[in-house]
Design a protein around this ligand. Sequence first.
Ligand code: ADE
Length: 211
Amino acid sequence: MITLFPDMFAGVFGSSMMWKAQKDEIVQLSTIDLRDFGLGPRRQVDDTPYGGGDGMLLMIEPLWKAVEAAKANDPSAKVLLMTPRGQRWQQQLAQEYSETDHGYIFICGHYEGYDERILQLVDEQVSVGDYVLTGGELPAMTIIDSIVRLIPGVLGGENSATEESFADGETLEYPQYTRPQNYNGLEVPEVLLSGNHAEIAKWRKKNSLKK
Ligand code: ADE
């Protein structure tokens, strides 16, 4: 991740499955502080747009140098730019990305945008949806989470990642229940207690389609 806010990643990457995947050496996640490539004594990374307009843009030079530094570390890595203009992220892409054997460099922008020339170094532009966030950090975390959990060995059960919502096309996960059987009058569907595996499978299929 190339970011002005590396601290934002600490909580997400230091917890739960993302933490475990790193501990088990299934993935390696690291941040590059764009500020380290800033210009002058103030380590400037942004400036006003040519032609006028509101806000600040990330300057080309610090970004370019940060990408070069990331590439020096991982020469075969693909460069992804987080932007609402990008291709909409979806499960199918998460699946594809989880199966590649190269790394990814995520550029997380801030402010009003980037100097357009950074696209020279970018392989894919990716969006997490048709809304604008203050930066690319949350999109990068979302995308990384959706990829890493699909890598074999990250989740506990062998089928956990493939059985659920979206993984088998557009079907959503069936409803699930755990103890107690009756919570203040709210009952678990009878069929799930029956031990009849064929009936349970039929019920799950029906109810995932319904969802
Ligand atoms: N940066 C700001 N908004 C974004 C979005 N929706 N997707 C990806 N990057 C972004």
